[in-house]
Write a protein that binds this ligand. Structure first.
Ligand code: MLT
Length: 327
């Protein structure tokens, strides 16, 4: 009898807790990079869509940058698991284990995986005055002048850092360019447009408008093939097309909660996320920026976690091979 009573109380509390969620307390979307960058953009667009699919939710974006995104991830890993502190992060969840000897969290144990959001190609771009107009000119110029040039990124393990590492390794750049870290690729892009840095590899969600306006020079996309469905980006070759065999880098974003968040809250968040991913307005915003909203089993927590576990293993040898270019 007593056991039945305890069970009934536990279920009531759980139900009450889930009933109460999200309640009036804001839900913080921790973005581990500076405001205005591609990760921040995905978070703001997703929060707008989830305000519709999680009635009563008051989302706030919290930019916590530093250490390639791992500062923000650490904050969420150690946050109160009540469903009011979430992490919106990307491939960095899988690249940083291969780049940081000591992370303050375990990627596969210290988070609840809520589902993935999108896949985003990257573009290799240069400052407007860079004396190269085609990818071939660009590669030759960098190979000949790498020692005098620099490449911007958002910190060790960021997508922009990973792309720069992989590209320099793939072209066998004899001399690595100097790397200039920023709190995110929003400030990196500002520096590039001003001609203060020479090269940046960044997500199309941040580069498309700059390319369209002519404020930067674009050379190639990092996906296996051309982005034939995009009115602007279809005109740029893939790096594979330019002879970099097997080069294929796509950035993905996922949503995470701290380990121990109540199952009922996790279920509510995953359901709200999946509905948001079907929101035509959200999908259009993403597609206009070259991103593709996920529709496969990565929308589910188990599929999300399995994908990240596989990405961690896939990226380790790539990073080791390119590692000589690490900061
Ligand atoms: C990165 O380069 O990892 C991020 O895209 C930077 C950002 O979102 O600002």
């Amino acid at each position: 009898m007593k056991r039945l009573l305890v069970l009934a109380l536990a279920v009531t509390a759980l139900f009450a807790n889930a009933q109460a969620y999200p309640g009036s307390k804001p839900i913080s979307f921790v973005v581990p990079f500076a405001a205005g960058g591609p990760t921040d953009r995905v978070a703001r667009d997703l929060a707008q869509a989830m305000r519709k699919t999680l009635p009563g939710a008051n989302f706030v974006i919290e930019n916590v940058n530093g250490a390639g995104g791992t500062m923000g991830a650490t904050k969420v890993a150690k946050a109160n698991p009540d469903g009011h502190t979430l992490l919106l992060w990307h491939i960095g969840m899988a690249s940083t284990p291969g780049l940081y000897r000591k992370l303050q969290y375990k990627p596969l144990e210290d988070f609840e995986y809520l589902g993935m959001v999108n896949d985003v190609p990257m573009t290799l771009i240069g400052r407007p005055q860079l004396p190269a107009n085609t990818y071939r000119d660009f590669e030759n110029y960098i190979k000949a002048n790498g020692a005098k040039l620099n490449i911007a990124h958002a910190g060790l393990g960021s997508a922009s850092h990973l792309c720069g590492l992989m590209w320099q390794s793939a072209v066998n750049a004899k001399v690595a360019m100097a790397t200039i870290p920023f709190g995110g690729t929003a400030p990196a892009m500002t520096a590039l447009v001003r001609g203060q840095v020479d090269v940046l590899c960044d997500q199309t969600t941040n580069t498309t408008s700059q390319i369209e306006s002519g404020r930067v020079k674009a050379y190639a996309v990092t996906t296996a093939g051309r982005l034939t469905n995009h009115k602007l980006l279809k005109d740029y070759p893939s790096l594979q097309e330019m002879g970099l065999k097997g080069f294929n880098l796509t950035i993905w974003h996922g949503l995470y909660a701290p380990k121990g968040t109540p199952a009922a809250v996790l279920k509510q968040l995953n359901e709200a996320l999946k509905l948001a991913l079907k929101d035509p307005e959200f999908i259009k915003k993403q597609e206009d920026l070259g991103a593709i909203v996920v529709t496969d089993n990565r929308m589910e927590p188990a599929g999300h976690k399995a994908f990240v576990a596989a990405e961690i293993e896939k990226l380790k040898p790539l990073i080791e091979a390119a590692g000589k270019f690490a900061d």
